[in-house]
Design a protein. Structure first.
Length: 357
């Protein structure tokens, strides 16, 4: 069989397998509206489908179209995103909606090339939106698809190299369907995603159920788990954060907006200090020392992609002065859902209200 015929058969098999065995009933698969597809693609980055379902429904109920999202206050967008993590996605989501409205008249661009110029839309997400909504013949290469393709092709070059990454994009392009694109492109794109999620898993792939097993180089070599090859490892760092939860006599908590870049950028948070002494100096300036109560809460670790945050919370209540404590504002529990609070801070505040420690 010629190489081209082999490639065509791979695409055909993925398309046919997706129609029979893939995921076809998720809410964002019932539409070709790029606003909805884009929203789901951004939410699905680094987040499980089961978690995204609720958030997706809530977002659409509140922001039914891109104009509604663009016009919303940033705090409200962050508030609705709270708990999904990776908050830069929410900030970019909002900026992207504003750019679609301001520069594209409220209609998403119809090609992957232009979609990829928008905030938060990388090449793979742009490819997915263009394939799903406009049947454009463009590849995607998210983590799942990268795993499937490197195994299928026996592509053992180091994916830490940008040149090798480009090479794989080229190969991914050569495998795309070439006929009946209106039907084939959405199915093929979804099929590769589904294969990576359910069959060609990082550990113990279920090759006997795989539609491309006859063509798979890694299966022939018996070493699927070695792919994708990546030599450079993520370096993790540990950091200690001392959190001052200042609660006034009305139960309100002093919250500050985090800086525009870095961890939890732009979200609301209790005051953060890098060491115990700085936290103690802040606490010393609060109200009348004889009338306030200071409690050290159990420390815990919050794991981020590149960092472990060791969080050391203290709760200061009673007479805490009540006035402004620098930048920030007093917010009661009923206001917390409407501002963006990082999930661990939200949990911590809820626990302090209920005294669950
Ligand atoms: Fe992945 Fe196995 Fe299919 Fe190859 S045959 S693509 S290793 S599931």
């Amino acid at each position: 069989m010629s190489v081209f015929a082999e490639e065509a058969r791979i695409a055909e098999r993925v398309v046919a397998w997706q129609a029979r065995h893939g995921r076809n009933h998720l809410p964002w698969q019932q539409t070709r509206d790029p606003y909805r597809v884009w929203l789901s693609e951004i939410m699905l980055q680094q987040t499980q489908v089961s978690t995204v379902l609720d958030y997706y429904a809530r977002f659409l109920a509140r922001f039914p179209d891109v104009t509604a999202l663009a016009n919303a206050p940033q705090d409200e967008v962050m508030g609705l995103w709270s708990g999904l993590g990776y908050y830069s996605r929410a900030r970019n989501l909002h900026r992207c909606a504003q750019q679609v409205v301001a520069e594209h008249g409220g209609a998403f661009p119809r090609t992957a090339e232009v979609l990829a110029t928008l905030p938060g839309i990388g090449r793979s997400t742009a490819g997915a939106i263009a394939a799903f909504c406009f049947s454009e013949r463009v590849p995607i290469l998210d983590a799942n698809v990268r795993r499937v393709l490197t195994r299928l092709l026996g592509f053992d070059k180091d994916m830490a190299s940008a040149a090798n990454e480009r090479l794989l994009w080229g190969l991914a392009e050569s495998l795309l369907p070439s006929q009946d694109l209106g039907y084939a492109m959405p199915r093929y794109t979804q099929g590769l995603m589904d294969l990576g999620a359910s069959i060609c898993t990082p550990r113990a792939p279920r090759c006997s159920a795989c539609p491309v097993m006859e063509s798979c180089q890694a299966l022939k070599d018996g070493d699927a788990e070695r792919y994708p090859v990546r030599t450079r490892k993520l370096t993790r760092r540990a950091e200690s954060w001392h959190l001052a939860i200042v609660r006034d006599e009305r139960g309100r908590v002093w919250l500050q907006r985090r800086p525009p870049t870095g961890i939890w950028a732009g979200m609301h948070c209790v005051p953060v200090f890098s060491d115990d002494a700085a936290c103690a100096a802040f606490v010393a300036g609060l109200g009348d020392p004889s009338q306030r109560v200071l409690e050290e809460l159990p420390p815990f670790v919050h794991v981020l992609t590149h960092r472990d945050l060791h969080l050391h919370p203290v709760l200061i209540s009673g007479d805490v002065g009540g006035g402004a404590l620098g930048e920030g504002e007093w917010l009661g529990q009923d206001q917390w859902p409407s501002v963006g609070l990082p999930a661990p801070i939200r949990k911590l505040l809820d626990a302090t209200q209920a005294r669950l420690w």
